[in-house]
Design a protein around this ligand. Structure first.
Ligand SMILES: [Ca+2]
Ligand SMILES: [Ca+2]
Length: 386
């Protein structure tokens, strides 16, 4: 009983000292149970402001010392898709301690439902292994004080006055971006646009193929060539701070789900960003420099106008004065390697539909045509640093 008592004191102190400041979300560890070498901890979450109501895809990092290990998810609550539709645990190392990254998805659809609730909600129960039951009084949880970027907003986890809390720093508005890029594969030098043959044949899936933002749309608008993935980075080699599936329109513009909106609304703070555009069988590209994005005016960044628009000047001349993304990376590893891509083309030869091996995006895998593209661009690699 003494062991349990010590643990309870620890958590009780944490729980009651939660700051009542103007946080947007608060996180807390509450009930615990000990069975043998298993320590079960319940994590709670609530919304404490009306500034922001959704988490996007948020990573909450909690550190703990060496007395416990092996965190596993044993149950998750409100997991039905109505709230917190995905929860993942990931073990990470922080200096000499252990830490756990808890990723929670909660996206707010246009209808404005599915919000983080105002009252405490049991999010998840995590089971740790008690490494040394005789040293339980040494058990501590703490925050990794860090700025965490997620899909839609910035969250700063902070430990102040000994409490477990989250403090959020949010942009006052979404930023907007206007971007234009051409894919080599479907580019047509006669029309100076890209073909929309995948769309015309109804081959483009309603769900984006990019796991970073696998959104589903009701229908694919006219003039759309394919899905693309737009990322923002703070530094050239840093991680994506925002990822959004977008449509590539035949005139090169990246557009929203309606197929017409060229001012793309992106959930990130006003700032300077490297813009990354990815496509499932072309080499990813990035803006040569960080560009300023704000919430009121979107200045077109046109990749097509020159090699110098591309980070590392990695682009292909499509016709006089028009530069685009190189086709041929079927395997999606950032490099066009003849033997590897050939294997894919051979496997899919003569198939019709939505195939990575279909490098000119005409809806058919034609061995000789796709191979010509791979041979031409062989040994090119994306200039992205990661
Ligand atoms: Ca490849
Ligand atoms: Ca083809």
């Amino acid at each position: 009983m003494k062991i349990i008592y010590n643990i309870w004191i620890l958590f009780f102190l944490s729980f009651v000292s939660i700051s009542s400041g103007a946080n947007d979300f608060e996180l807390s560890i509450s009930d615990i149970a000990i069975t043998g070498n298993n320590l079960d901890v319940k994590l709670k979450l609530r919304r404490t402001s009306t500034n922001w109501t959704s988490l996007g895809s948020s990573n909450f990092v909690i550190k703990y010392n060496q007395n416990i290990s092996n965190p596993t998810l044993i149950s998750a609550h409100n997991f039905s898709g109505a709230n917190y539709d995905n929860i993942n645990l990931k073990n990470i190392s922080v200096a000499t301690e252990q830490a756990l990254s808890i990723n929670i998805h909660l996206f707010v659809p246009d209808a404005g439902t599915n919000l983080v609730l105002n009252e405490w909600v049991d999010i998840v129960t995590i089971r740790f292994t008690i490494d040394n039951p005789n040293a339980l009084s040494l058990l501590e949880f703490d925050y990794e004080r860090t700025t965490i970027w997620d899909h839609s907003q910035t969250v700063e986890m902070d430990k102040s006055s000994g409490s477990m809390e989250s403090r959020s720093i949010y942009p006052t508005a979404s930023i907007i971006a206007k971007l234009k890029v051409f894919l080599e594969g479907p580019y047509n030098t006669s029309t100076h646009e890209m073909n929309t043959l995948l769309n015309i044949q109804s081959y483009i899936p309603p769900c984006s193929p990019y796991a970073e933002d696998a959104r589903t749309v009701a229908s694919i608008p006219a003039n759309i060539v394919d899905w693309g993935l737009l990322e923002l980075r703070e530094t050239a080699s840093g991680p994506a701070v925002m990822s959004k599936s977008v449509f590539l329109r035949k005139d090169g513009y990246l557009v929203g789900d309606d197929g017409t909106t060229t001012d793309l609304s992106l959930n990130a703070p006003v700032g300077n960003y490297y813009v990354v555009i990815k496509h499932r069988n072309h080499l990813a590209v990035m803006s040569a420099n960080a560009i300023t994005l704000n919430s009121t005016l979107a200045t077109l960044y046109d990749f097509a106008t020159g090699e110098g628009q591309y980070y590392g000047s990695l682009a292909i001349l499509l016709e006089s004065g028009v530069y685009g993304m190189l086709s041929g990376d079927i395997t999606g590893d950032g490099a066009i390697v003849f033997s590897a891509e050939l294997t894919e083309i051979r496997a899919d030869n003569l198939a019709a539909g939505y195939y990575g091996s279909d490098l000119n995006l005409d809806g058919a895998v034609v061995f000789s045509a796709e191979l010509t593209t791979v041979r031409k661009n062989n040994l090119n690699g994306s200039a992205l640093l990661n």
